[in-house]
Design a protein around this ligand. Structure first.
Ligand code: ZN
Length: 460
């Protein structure tokens, strides 16, 4: 069914075309009364919900009551949004130390679903959702997928794994809430994914960006014509999406792609999402999340628009109320109105975490800096791998980058000249000289789930 009013967004590539033409009024908004409210209205909703949330956490979660008593702050002391800084921070360690249900504010018979983080480094973090929490979660996702150009009636294929990971079910519920038909394909079996897109007329693909790239390449190798495919929108999550990779997927699959941000500890996906007007930022669901940006070392707030660590307080969450969760993600938040018509604040896409900074021979290096340099070199693909190891008592940074088929040559001189040029570019950005290895086309392993780009082999 194609509605004349949004014909352009339901035609293949139409959302991108409408966005490119600046016709954002052609794109519907799920809940305009909050997404397009005035800043004063948004802040009033946040303050009312913050007061309730703090009182609820104090009453029901012994950890927060003890912590607040220790700090000499009572729920009644929260009179303005700025008072949030009087409350204790919550770190991942608190969630792990209270494993499994220590921060739960309701008995298990009020919980409808449990999810957890993967727990690759120690105990997992377990979170529980009440019926109201599930409702709020679905709505947050419905908003962000609509923001990305998805409309009711779309057919959405899930290439995230389901299971305990919040991404699969989160997107599943939210897309259904908007009125889409879900195909719960799950991760893996790439050729079957492509067959299903063709057979079932899939218009929306949910995947990690690295897996979407893999699906794209497998389809091309099978001779599948992405330009003639029904697929129109890619919804990415589960890992940061490098702009170069996104642009490449859009070009080769003929789709428009957006990514969203979230984390299990505060809800899962749905905290913020990208609109089609501002491709490098994401609107925060501010009626459900109070954001702060702080200095990662001192914990003090930084000025508006300045980069710092994102701290989130979910508002009105019942299963686990979390106060001031330290995400370790570095970003800046902006509150000027957006061309899409939304007034919700926008955060810069998270490209780095305060804890994935690598210290190499005393210099701070973020993997996202390496990614940005490689994106600017036309002979290489978006696939790369970083190895840090100790060689002769010194740190060595090794960057493996994959050649495009057209750049691959058996001339040693031309390959060596390219390698030297990449070393020079990386060195001038990072201030550390890396060892660069050129890998033949297809030589860097493709991820089916989240891509792992860094292997730090140094002994801690
Ligand atoms: Zn916007």
């Amino acid at each position: 069914m194609v509605d004349a009013a949004n014909f352009d967004v339901t035609a293949k590539g139409g959302a991108l075309a409408a966005a490119a033409a600046g016709r954002f009024d052609a794109l519907p908004v799920y809940k305009p009364e909050i997404e397009c409210a005035s800043r004063e209205e948004i802040r009033a909703v946040q303050l009312a919900k913050l007061k309730e949330t703090v009182a609820y956490a104090y009453e029901r979660v012994p950890y927060y009551r003890e912590k607040m008593d220790e700090m000499g702050v009572a729920p009644a002391d929260i009179q303005t949004l700025d008072d949030v800084c009087r409350l204790p921070f919550t770190d991942k360690a608190v969630l792990r130390d209270t494993f499994p249900f220590g921060l739960f504010a309701v008995p298990m018979n009020e919980i409808r679903e449990l999810h957890s983080s993967s727990g690759t480094t120690g105990k997992p973090v377990v979170v529980g959702y009440t019926e109201d929490d599930m409702d709020m979660w679905s709505e947050c996702i419905a908003r962000l997928v609509q923001m990305a150009g998805v409309v009711p009636g779309d057919v959405a294929q899930m290439a995230f794994g389901y299971g305990m990971f919040t991404g699969g079910f989160g997107l599943h519920y939210g897309l259904q809430r908007l009125g889409c038909a879900m195909i719960p394909a799950g991760s893996g079996n790439t050729e079957r994914h492509i067959q299903m897109i063709e057979d079932y007329g899939t218009t929306v693909l949910v995947a990690t960006p690295s897996y979407a790239m893999h699906i794209c390449e497998v389809g091309e190798a099978m001779g599948y014509d992405w330009g003639a495919s029904p697929l129109r929108v890619g919804l990415f999550g589960g890992e940061p999406c490098p702009p170069g990779l996104k642009a490449e997927i859009e070009r080769r699959m003929h789709i428009v792609c957006t990514d969203n941000y979230g984390l299990t500890e505060v809800m899962g996906p749905g905290v913020s999402g990208e609109c089609l007007a501002e491709r490098f930022q994401q609107h925060i669901a501010e009626d459900h999340f109070l954001w702060e940006v702080v200095d990662p070392v001192t914990g003090e707030p930084v000025g508006e628009g300045e980069v710092g660590e994102l701290v989130l307080t979910p508002l009105g969450k019942q299963g686990i109320p979390v106060l001031r969760y330290r995400t370790h993600d570095l970003t800046a938040v902006h509150t000027e109105p957006c061309a899409c018509g939304r007034t919700l604040a926008r955060m810069d896409k998270v490209r780095s975490r305060s804890d994935d900074m690598l210290i190499i021979r005393g210099t701070n290096v973020f993997p996202s800096q390496i990614e940005d340099v490689l994106t600017g070199i036309e002979e290489v693909t978006p696939h790369y791998h970083i190895i840090v190891r100790t060689k002769g008592g010194m740190d060595e940074l090794v960057v493996e980058t994959e050649l495009r088929p057209e750049a691959f040559s058996d001339s040693f001189e031309s390959m060596d000249a390219l390698r030297a040029r990449i070393v020079e570019k990386l060195k001038s950005t990072l201030l550390v000289a890396p060892t660069v290895r050129l890998v033949e086309p297809g030589g860097i392993e493709r991820a089916v789930g989240k891509a792992k780009h860094v292997d730090d082999q140094r002994v801690k």
